[in-house]
Design a protein around this ligand. Sequence first.
Ligand code: MN
Length: 228
Amino acid sequence: MRATVIPSPEPVLLDVDGVTEQFPVRRVYCVGRNYADHAIEMGHDPSREPPFFFQKNADNLYNGEAFPYPSLSADVHYEAELVMALSGGGSDISVEDALSKVYGYAVGVDFTRRDLQDKAKKMSRPWEAAKAFEKSAPVSSLIPASKIGHPQQGAIWLEVNGQRKQSGDLNQMIWKLAEIIAELSKLFVLAPGDVIMTGTPAGVGPVVKGDKVEVGIEGVGKLSLSVI
Ligand code: MN
């Protein structure tokens, strides 16, 4: 390898449950409005239109117990999500083949500067400042699919200070896990290390500094966070 003129950026690595080896992150894709009841609460038609995607930065993902409240927002929302991590990739992946590309799953939060997102939507501007900010995607340790299979049903929930805010089921996804991979691979060449956040059920809302956030997905795991 040739020398670099500045130090190379650190790779982004996520913990894997039960082993010392970590999962290296390449890209982060997120699915918008993938649960009908969340689409409705955001003022949209929940019918099965083609899915849409946005991205976060690889280094927005982290294993940790603290979420630092970001700058320049007064309305930061939680979104509990099932996270898929890929060990394979390609273009135009078939629905039948898609789940063979998944290494494992985690519980994650797609933190969102909702005030900046609302403003961006009104002005037809991009979402990066609303979605791809520092530490915007805390996740639990990954659990390999070889251990738990592919979670297509089961409770997904989020609590703030012990109060249940989101309560859905993975079977409410408009676009299922395999379909998400298939659709995304029409737009982008997927590769090992890609991570996909699969959307959130209804009940999104704000956090403030000092809040304790607990997120869980049946059969996948739990994530506990303090907003600092
Ligand atoms: Mn989301």
